[in-house]
Design a protein around this ligand. Structure first.
Ligand code: ZN
Length: 214
């Protein structure tokens, strides 16, 4: 399972870090982010009641993801081009969540609470709410939640190249400045990433090697 692989670090070989004021990964800083609920009240069997309706859960970090996903499980994968999109349900309370697994730029799961009707529409007719249907929308969600994009030590990281490719594929007229903003990089770097994407550095084989940690 992808999430377990991420926790083991096996498919994420490139070095990166979040930059705080000190330039180091700073747990106190992560904890200060208001949209993150830190502790699951021990009287609750799950985290659902304490989570906002739209929130980000960091992969790794302070372990919130382990607490949330101890009871929240995928029940439907969108599949196709929207590989990041899942319908999940909490085993403990029955709450449905729509989840975008954003493992490239923010390294977060984005969760949107669903009503029973919304979950049923996904089950019955594959009708998904629009919020996470494109990668651009997913990245905009991260910015709306005021989460900082990861800073990559490898300026041509495959994660950046593939994201540039996908954003251009989804919306061919997206501008360099718009992509730069979404990725949290400069326009100059974005132009280099676009050049790398068109030269095939984001090829299928490179993706496979990256996923396998080769
Ligand atoms: Zn729950």
């Amino acid at each position: 399972m992808k999430r377990a692989m991420r926790l083991s670090g096996g498919n994420f070989p490139q070095l990166w870090h979040r930059t705080g004021p000190s330039g180091y990964d700073n747990i106190a800083d992560i904890r200060s982010r208001p949209h993150h609920v830190l502790m699951n009240d021990s009287s609750n069997p799950c985290c659902c009641p304490s989570l906002p309706d739209l929130t980000g859960v960091p992969m790794g970090g302070d372990g919130l993801d382990e607490r949330v996903f101890a009871t929240v499980e995928n029940v439907v994968d969108h599949g196709g081009d929207a590989w990041w999109l899942h319908l999940s349900q909490c085993r403990a309370c029955g709450q449905h969540w729509m989840i975008a697994q954003e493992e490239r730029i923010f390294d977060e799961h984005f969760l949107r609470r669903l009503t029973v009707d919304e979950a049923n529409r996904i089950f019955m007719s594959a009708e998904w709410p629009v919020e996470f249907l494109s990668y651009e929308r997913v990245l905009k969600t991260g910015h709306a939640l005021r989460i900082r994009p990861c800073v990559f030590l490898d300026r041509h990281s495959p994660s950046l190249v593939w994201t540039v490719e996908d954003l251009r594929k989804e919306r061919p007229d997206i501008s360099v400045d718009e992509i730069a903003l979404l990725l949290g990089v400069t326009a100059t770097q974005t132009k280099r990433l676009l050049a790398a994407a068109s030269s095939g550095k984001g090829s299928w084989w490179q993706r496979m090697r990256h996923r396998l940690g080769l």
